[in-house]
Design a protein around this ligand. Sequence first.
Ligand SMILES: Cc1cc2nc3c(=O)[nH]c(=O)nc-3n(C[C@H](O)[C@H](O)[C@H](O)COP(=O)(O)O)c2cc1C
Length: 212
Amino acid sequence: MKFKALTIVAAALSIMLSGCQTENKSMENKETAVVDAIMSRRSIRQYKDIPVERELLQKIAECGVYAPNAMNKQEWEIRIVDDMNYLNEVTELMKVDMPFFVKSDEPNFRNGFRNASAIIAVACPDDPTGMTLIGAGLMGENMCLAALELGLGTCVMAGPSVFMTTNEKAKPYLDKLGFSDGYKLRYFIGVGYPDETPAVTPRDLSKIKFVD
Ligand SMILES: Cc1cc2nc3c(=O)[nH]c(=O)nc-3n(C[C@H](O)[C@H](O)[C@H](O)COP(=O)(O)O)c2cc1C
């Protein structure tokens, strides 16, 4: 009787283990385009002096809007600026009041938005739970990864958004973005055709722990 029970347990374990092995094998064979993109994305701060097609900018923004967000309220707004006059004029203001950020003495300097050819501005309202900010942040990585697949580089930037929301002289440029009442500019994403391939930035994997 005891022997029969042990045989059943052993058989069950063997079936479970073979199931796990099949699962692991199928993991090995999976396409990992998204994982590869996440691992290879780097912030780009040097771009070729060519414009980005609006069709691509639109697609990137749409990928942002498909990010997870609390209760699908979609409390975010996106504005895309590819007018170099706008970028240059804000850069001139930054040079005066925020020169440490602009880095205009760097070689190949083009503008204070880390030399981008276009910028995507993200806004969301304040919310005590922080949920709208989480959603607005999640849309950013969607956009960076979409841009990567479309052959474009990106750099998330909070520096210029802090400047634009706190500097009086920048107010006309902030107003021009035309965000709805109650929506605050949170960050920009600079976009362009990359002209550099930065090295991998180190990550601290000890931040990850399984809880048993
Ligand atoms: C919220 C936020 C704000 C950032 N602000 C700036 C910025 O103002 N200027 C800049 O050059 N990079 C900025 N970055 C980019 C980070 O410096 C960059 O993501 C980080 O160093 C990791 O490098 P990687 O993106 O190449 O992996 C920002 C990133 C985030 C998420």
